[in-house]
Unconditional design. Structure first.
Length: 373
């Protein structure tokens, strides 16, 4: 039995609404729910939602169809590793809506993204990004690299600019007018929602002091900033910086360019060519995206000096794991061994496997052998 027929039977008086919109249907909402619960099965929010799944899904659908949907309260917490970050976690029901929106638009947008954009995309990720940069260096052993970073990216995203970019993609996508209208309304609802107005804090309150003012949504301004961690925030980030990707690859004609979130690298054989990119990129970011380059993170060097990127140190002849990552692993291992029983939990073993998987992508035979003793 399909999701539509299964739940239509439970709410017969509501059946006539299911086909009024191409996006807001119970079938699509049920798929979004299944996508959302992957990896979230044991969380409190997911379990509470699951207990009354049909009722909750129909309730969301009613709100979407009537235009009364408002995002729920967020949970705010601070993570300290690798660097302190402020996380506003959406409620499970809102994550379902995020997946619904993402499922409708991401394939169209993904086809318009450049090949070397690697964050939060299917069959991409950190390791493919690193391999791409490694390949750039391998083919330019006597070249130079320029590594740039957007200052306080997520807290600096201009919401009106973002909304116009998302709206443009929605109109370019070949769908009917009803679909476009619903998608634009939902995009506006998600983008302009301010999580700082309705949240609960979990964790040590003192950790909030670790977040610099320029990286918190509390000081980003009314029309700036997206919460880190939400699926839609990651998706919107790619739509936003796709404008930069297109500028660098098509206008500046830089083919050896790779981006992961707000970190991006360019490799060229001539240093003057690379240096000539800095001002145009800075001006483009400011004029069209209301963003700034991080002045303290502009790195320009010969590739033989090595490129520090996503936890690895890349050279023309080899690639090693950053010492900072190794020290972090040793620190976590020491803390977990310090427990009373001295045994590793399932989460501990998962953490160890994750680190060793990271090490395995580098020339790290000696490192792994030493850590395995």
């Amino acid at each position: 039995m399909s999701a539509v027929s299964e739940h239509s039977r439970l709410q017969p008086s509501f059946c006539f609404k299911f086909f009024m919109s191409e996006i807001f249907t119970l079938e699509k909402l049920f798929k979004a729910y299944n996508d959302c619960k992957k990896g979230k099965k044991n969380t409190v929010n997911a379990l509470n939602f699951e207990m009354h799944r049909e009722k909750n899904l129909v309730s969301i659908l009613e709100e979407l169809l009537s235009g009364t949907y408002i995002p729920s309260r967020h949970i705010l917490f601070i993570v300290t590793r690798p660097t302190p970050r402020e996380i506003f976690a959406a409620d499970f029901r809102d994550r379902v809506v995020h997946h619904l929106f993402h499922n409708e638009l991401h394939l169209f947008c993904d086809n318009n993204f450049i090949r070397h954009s690697y964050a939060n995309r299917l069959n991409k990720g950190t390791h493919r990004a690193v391999r791409a940069v490694k390949n750039f260096v391998y083919h330019n052993p006597n070249g130079y690299y320029l590594k740039l970073d957007v200052k306080s990216f997520f807290s600096s995203i201009n919401k009106p600019i973002l909304f116009k970019l998302v709206e443009k993609n929605i109109y370019l996508c070949v769908k009917n007018n009803k679909w476009k209208k619903d998608m634009i309304w939902l995009a506006h609802t998600i983008i302009f929602h301010d999580p700082t107005k309705n949240f609960i804090y979990k964790g040590d309150m003192k950790l909030i002091k670790l977040i610099p003012m320029h990286k918190t949504l509390f000081y980003s301004g009314k029309n700036n900033g997206l919460p880190i961690g939400n699926l839609t925030s990651q998706f919107f980030a790619n739509i936003y910086l796709n404008e930069l990707d297109q500028f660098v690859t098509k206008t500046l004609k830089c083919s050896n360019y790779a981006r992961y979130v707000d970190d991006f690298i360019m490799v060229e054989s001539k240093k003057d060519t690379l240096l000539s990119f800095i001002v145009p990129i800075r001006d483009f970011l400011k004029k069209y995206l209301d963003l700034d380059l991080h002045k303290d993170k502009i790195c320009f060097q010969h590739v033989s000096k090595g490129i520090d990127f996503l936890g690895y140190f890349i050279k023309p002849t080899h690639m090693v794991v950053r010492q900072k990552v190794v020290r972090r692993f040793k620190s976590e291992l020491y803390l977990r061994r310090g427990k009373e029983d001295g045994l590793f939990s399932v989460n501990d073993i998962s953490m160890i496997k994750s680190y060793f998987g990271h090490f395995g992508h580098a020339d790290s035979f000696n490192l792994v052998e030493k850590l395995s003793r």
